[in-house]
Design a protein around this ligand. Structure first.
Ligand code: SF4
Length: 447
């Protein structure tokens, strides 16, 4: 493997990377950035200033796919003005639709998939030297360990623990673009986490498309959580994404560990058992609610978020109302809400009884209304409470303010000195809302 060979060239290497989709894609982009930094690339957030453009793509819904093709169109114009500009596509859409990408954007110089993006430096070198397009889509593969990472955030870090998914939910493309489940060695995960704590990181987010089906030499996810919990310096552990069918009693017990944050993201997707069956989710809403009850008993005050899809093929008005009823019973702290999008290559895209767009949009509007009301109600009692916040950085909305997260994964904005960034502080909540809480800094002596 030629990973350590540095590539010489005589022009200033400037790359623009655009990442679409989930946290796993963001984590992959951190690896890609680490590899390119080692090749002495510098980074720009302006595509017009780059001589290498990389789109790390997603294919979870058609909406994002259309966004990517229109972005490719825009970049096509840039390439006309700057023929030396190199354009590459990687990620899930590349893994699934490399031929379509070449048809729609023949000026793309290279396409790599989700299993071999770590070979990008060599592929870019070859394209530059031979002026020939390269398309390399592997069907399977293991990512080498100890790849360099250029992390976006300073105090909270993604640590992928497993990749792929064996569940084949009928609406989901992930198993077709990310392959079968494979878990990283726990030694490598612990090595990476120890390095992070030495670098001053306070929080790690253990990542996987199906994180709680992690299994490495009889060590399951609950065992891994305990080992990560023992690492000094790390104060907070988060994990995502979980599947209800893999949330064992043992794992629920380990969620009581001190550093494991009181937040669980547990996709429900739908409330009707008929729809859940056709989605091949592997549980009923009763089973899901039973798990929620156990989790809330084990970790009082835990915040629960979920994913919800409306307008799945065949979903009746009654089925949809089942989803609303489950939401009213469970009262999620928040939800990522979508209307069903038929993805080519998934089973459900072939189902006959597709729901008309306007009905899907109408149900999504009603669903969001219900969830926003619930979230506001859930956040109200937090006013006047003193809560620990990890200060993550400058507020996205107001550069005069800072923002951070509670252990329950709620965003808090507040006035404070930049020196507070990276520290765990106590904040008094003075106002609550649907998207964020407003706070006042109490004291900075927690850490
Ligand atoms: S569990 Fe289902 S929804 Fe999640 S990644 Fe796997 S197939 Fe997709």
């Amino acid at each position: 493997m030629m990973l350590n060979k540095k590539i010489n060239c005589d022009f200033e290497k400037k790359v623009y990377i655009h990442t679409y989709g989930c946290q796993m894609n963001e984590s992959d982009s951190e690896i890609i950035s680490g590899l390119l930094k080692r090749e002495e690339y510098s980074f720009t957030s302006y595509p017009e200033k780059a001589n290498l453009i990389l789109l790390n793509t997603c294919y979870v819904r058609n909406k994002v796919k259309h966004k990517i093709y229109s972005k490719l169109g825009e970049i096509g114009k840039l390439k006309k003005k700057n023929p030396g500009l190199l354009l590459g596509v990687c990620g899930c859409l590349a893994q699934k639709e490399s031929e379509e990408i070449i048809i729609q954007a023949p000026y793309v110089d290279f396409i790599v998939g989700t299993f071999n993006f770590y070979r990008l430096p060599q592929i870019i070198k070859k394209v530059r030297e031979n002026h020939k397009k390269i398309v390399q889509i592997d069907k399977q593969g293991i990512l080498p360990e100890e790849l360099p990472k250029l992390r976006k955030k300073r105090f909270t870090a993604y640590v992928p623990v497993m990749r792929g998914c064996n569940n084949f939910c009928t609406y989901c493309i992930v198993p077709y673009v990310r392959g079968r489940e494979r878990s990283r060695s726990s030694e490598d995960i612990l090595r990476e986490t120890k390095e992070l704590s030495l670098e001053g990181y306070k929080e790690v987010i253990l990542l996987g498309q199906n994180v709680n089906s992690y299994l490495y030499k009889e060590k399951d996810f609950a065992d891994l959580l305990s080992e990560v919990n023992d690492i000094e310096g790390i104060e907070r552990i988060r994990f995502t994404t979980s599947h209800p069918k893999d949330l064992s009693e043992k794992l629920i017990e380990r969620m009581k560990l001190r550093k494991v944050c009181e937040h669980l993201h547990l996709p429900l997707q739908a409330g009707s058992n008929e729809v859940l069956k056709r989605m091949k989710r592997g549980y009923t809403h009763e089973k899901y609610e039973e798990i929620v009850k156990k989790v809330r008993e084990a970790v009082p005050g835990i915040s629960l978020t979920t994913d919800l899809i409306v307008g799945f093929p065949g979903e009746t008005e009654e089925d949809f109302k089942e989803t609303l009823k489950v939401m009213e019973r469970i009262k999620f702290d928040g939800a990522f809400t979508f209307y069903y999008s038929p993805i080519k290559g998934t089973k459900a895209a072939e189902f006959k009884d597709q729901i008309p767009e306007e009905i899907k949009k109408e149900r999504l509007r009603r669903l969001i209304e219900v969830q926003q009301r619930i979230t506001e109600k859930k956040n109200e009692p937090l006013v006047d409470q003193k809560i620990e916040v990890l200060v993550e950085g400058i507020s996205k909305k107001n550069p005069e303010e800072l923002q951070g997260r509670t252990r329950t994964n709620k965003i808090v904005v507040f006035k404070g000195k930049k020196e507070l960034i990276g520290s765990l502080i106590q904040v008094k909540i003075v106002a609550s809302g649907c998207w964020a809480l407003r706070g006042e800094v109490l004291r900075k002596e927690i850490q």
